[in-house]
Design a protein around this ligand. Structure first.
Ligand code: ATP
Length: 370
């Protein structure tokens, strides 16, 4: 399932040159984006980057200053929220406290004057979908946070929207429940084959649920891609630092054609093994993910070669399945290394203050723009 890789695939949702200004502040700055049917798309970014404003324009709660939004070829830009085949689920759930779970789910359907039998059928179907059959008669305050969140989801899906928008839907849940619920959301989305667009500032959440994600910055898309792609090949320092943990090394481009970089203060060069754009001598930065670094004790070994850095262990965090080493580099600066603790894979014990050598494959080197 990757329609975005097929140039002939028709997008389900099209966002075309959308701008949103609040007074003289530009919240969304000329975004164009195609989202495909049955995608679980994440808008990811720090507070204030414009992701909620974009989502609210999809729902119709905000009107774009310019540009248009199309769903299945229909221009939605001027269509009021309740006439759009779109529904939104909020972080606060916004459940009616005096109504039972079943009534909460039925509410929108009754407002639409659906026949009684159809309403009951859909309520049953939704209760089964979110596994709350046994709780149909309870009031929201008699439910856990996770259960309330599922009622809100059931209610948002009951009207069978073509597009479901989720605004930080798991924000109120604790970490463990959040993680479980992320997988449940994916299961539900896949089983219904619906298009979901989620807004989150949590990169792990976006990586877990999304088919593709857009990392936003200052009202623009900084990078768009599949989670793996964005993680493995961040285009900029901003994206590299926002998604996951990363080491950034700075230096100068020694050989653009061969992709060789001289890192400030390091004994040996960094080699990307493929061309890097830029002039010889130009400043460059590269990203290296902590789990791509191999750490070994350095006992009077030979001098470091390309893609090696020497240093001393300054801190070790034991996280159970893995350890994070903070290494003070000989040339200055710190590097973070993530190493699995699975014993059969680890022959060496590395301790605090040990001299160590870090090494990595050329493919792990990601040159960054800007
Ligand atoms: P958060 O995660 O904090 O909600 P966000 O990335 O969703 O942040 P938006 O809420 O879309 O960001 O806000 C983008 C920018 O637009 C911010 O600078 C915000 O102050 C501004 N903004 C949003 N809504 C309004 C409004 N109704 N009036 C004026 N400015 C607004």
């Amino acid at each position: 399932f990757a329609p975005w890789r097929d140039p002939a695939a028709r997008p389900h949702l099209r966002i075309v040159d959308v701008v949103k200004d609040f007074g003289d502040a530009r919240a969304v700055d000329n975004i164009s984006l195609d989202i495909f049917g049955a995608e679980f798309f994440a808008l990811l970014g720090p507070s204030g980057c414009g992701k909620t404003t974009l989502l609210r324009m999809l729902a119709g709660f905000e009107t774009p200053t310019s540009g248009r939004i199309e769903l299945d070829g229909q221009d939605l830009t001027a269509v009021p929220p309740h006439e759009r085949p779109v529904n939104m689920m909020f972080q606060s759930y916004a459940l009616f406290p005096h109504m039972s779970v079943a009534k909460n789910i039925a509410f929108g359907l009754e407002m639409d004057r659906l026949p009684k039998a159809e309403v009951s059928r859909r309520v049953e179907e939704m209760l089964a979908l979110v596994k709350l059959e046994r709780f149909a008669g309870r009031k929201p305050q008699q439910l856990s946070g996770g259960q309330r969140q599922r009622v809100a989801l059931a209610r948002a899906l009951a009207k069978k929207p073509k597009l479901l928008l989720l605004d930080e839907p798991l924000g109120a849940l604790d970490k463990k429940l959040r993680e479980e619920t992320q997988f449940e959301l994916v299961n539900i989305q896949e089983s219904l084959g619906l298009t979901f667009v989620i807004v989150t500032h949590d990169q792990e959440e976006a990586m877990t649920v999304a088919t593709r994600l857009a990392v936003m910055r200052d009202g623009k898309i900084a990078q768009l891609g599949e989670p793996r792609e964005v993680y493995d090949a961040p285009a900029s320092r901003y994206v590299a630092e926002f998604i996951g943990d990363v080491n950034i090394l700075e230096g100068r481009l020694e050989d653009p054609e061969a992709g060789v970089i001289r890192i400030d203060g390091a004994a040996a060069p960094v080699q990307a093994g493929r061309p890097i754009s830029g002039a010889k001598g130009a400043p460059v930065a590269v990203a290296l993910r902590p789990e791509k670094l191999v750490i070994e004790r350095r006992d009077d070994g030979p001098d470091p070669e390309a893609n090696m850095l020497d240093g001393v262990v300054e801190d070790i965090a034991y996280l159970g399945d893995m350890s994070i080493f903070r290494v003070r580099l000989s040339g200055g600066g710190l590097a973070r290394v993530a190493r699995t603790n699975r014993v059969r894979l680890q022959s060496q014990t590395i301790l605090w203050e040990d001299p160590v050598r870090l090494s990595w494959d050329a493919q792990a080197v990601v040159p960054l723009e800007g």
